[in-house]
Design a protein around this ligand. Structure first.
Ligand code: DP6
Length: 371
């Protein structure tokens, strides 16, 4: 079994003076949700997600070796500048600092360089779409490119499997769901008895063949509320400790993952809808039943859900919704009903979106190297 130790970088090298890499990494939408975690970003239950295609973060990592005299203490710290859309962004720095601290053990070479991290999202700023998954995944990819180059310099060729596995491992330490944004269209994170190779440490590609029905599956994100969330995911996860329903919930996630595995193989869309909608509502039920309790849905979130249910009853079109930790609604549907669903969105649902905003996305394949 793979353990944390396998990801510790031991090669003594810092022979590369400077350079840069650039990666894009997508967002993802969970079908079975991750909600609750243990120490070191270990999930309380396994989760599974569709990787998105259009909503992504593009991050360039420029690195230059630090030259310091041995007396200097400051040089032993992480040293980086952070640019968002080309401009310095101080508010993002603490998150990156914390990420570096968490992964230092696995990538000690981070202290040898000064970094300029230049990042941007393809989706609008403050759209209420979490950028932590795509952002942390994009940064992890760049760090792995550097590690790969350092290894090569030392005469060791890193395998592709290790590259992606460790990238997902690092991304997880930045933000749990980020480990599902590295590689593959459908990704499982967390130990599950029926998913071969699944691990709490990193995401793995869904190991079986996926039914045609899910090919190019669509996700239209209705932007109901673009404001800052009142409760962060981190706080929400924390409230699953001592939550009265925690154990049942974690057991249910294992069950739902076993069920959705069959659904993804057989293409049973009715079952898919049941599992996905139930997972979304359970996620929010956990929030409503924690102490302190909170509600992230807005009135328009419920309007949208009810409209989708009415439309589905009337037309039998297999469209369903899911929710993240926020008020926005992801509408999931097969490609062959796209026109009908877009008509519903443009004709009716757009009225429930803030400033009429929504984003059309579909299943993607994972991170892509640009430079
Ligand atoms: C509701 O991955 O954002 O989107 O690990 O604290 O960074 P941290 O949490 P995060 O949690 C996402 C939770 C979710 C469900 C999911 O994506 O599985």
């Amino acid at each position: 079994m793979i353990t944390e130790k396998d990801f510790v970088f031991t090669t003594i090298t810092n022979a590369i003076e400077k350079g840069n890499f650039q990666w894009s990494a997508p967002s993802n939408i969970a079908l079975v949700k991750y909600w609750g975690k243990k120490d070191q970003q270990i999930p309380a239950n396994p989760s599974i997600s569709f990787t998105l295609n259009n909503c992504k973060t593009i991050t360039k990592l420029a690195f230059a070796k630090k030259h310091f005299d041995k007396l200097s203490v400051t040089n032993n710290r992480f040293s980086f500048d952070l640019l968002f859309e080309g401009k310095p962004k101080e508010d993002f720095k603490p998150k990156i600092q914390k990420f570096f601290e968490r992964i230092e053990k696995y990538c000690p070479f981070l202290r040898d360089y000064h970094f300029t991290i230049d990042t941007e999202n393809t989706f609008p700023h403050s759209s209420g779409i979490a950028s932590s998954a795509s952002g942390m995944a994009a940064l992890a990819m760049n760090i792995m490119s550097l590690e790969k180059a350092l290894s090569r310099n030392f005469g060791t060729e890193m395998t592709e499997d290790f590259f992606y596995q460790k990238a997902s491992f690092l991304a997880r330490l930045g933000s749990g769901s980020a480990c599902r944004s590295v590689k593959g269209s459908v990704v499982v994170w967390g130990n599950h008895a029926e998913i071969e190779g699944s691990s709490d440490l990193f995401g793995v590609e869904f190991p079986a063949k996926i039914h045609e029905n899910f090919k190019n599956y669509q996700d239209t994100i209705l932007l109901v509320d673009k404001g800052e969330k009142q409760v962060s995911s981190t706080v929400g996860h924390d409230l699953m400790h001592n939550h009265p329903f925690a154990e049942q919930r974690f057991a249910q996630a294992h069950d739902n993952l076993a069920k959705i595995k069959i659904v993804l193989e057989t293409g049973n869309l009715d079952e898919f809808i049941k599992i996905v909608e139930s997972e979304a509502l359970t996620l929010h039920a956990m929030m409503m039943t924690s102490l302190p309790y909170f509600i992230l849905m807005k009135p328009n979130t419920l309007e949208i859900i009810n409209t989708i249910w009415r439309f589905r009853n009337e037309t039998n079109i297999p469209v369903c919704f899911t929710l993240d930790a926020g008020a926005n609604v992801h509408i999931l549907y097969p490609e062959n009903v796209r026109e009908h669903v877009l008509q519903l969105i443009k004709g009716e649902l757009v009225g429930y979106c803030q400033n009429g905003n929504y984003i059309c996305d579909s299943i993607g394949t994972g991170a892509i190297q640009i430079l």
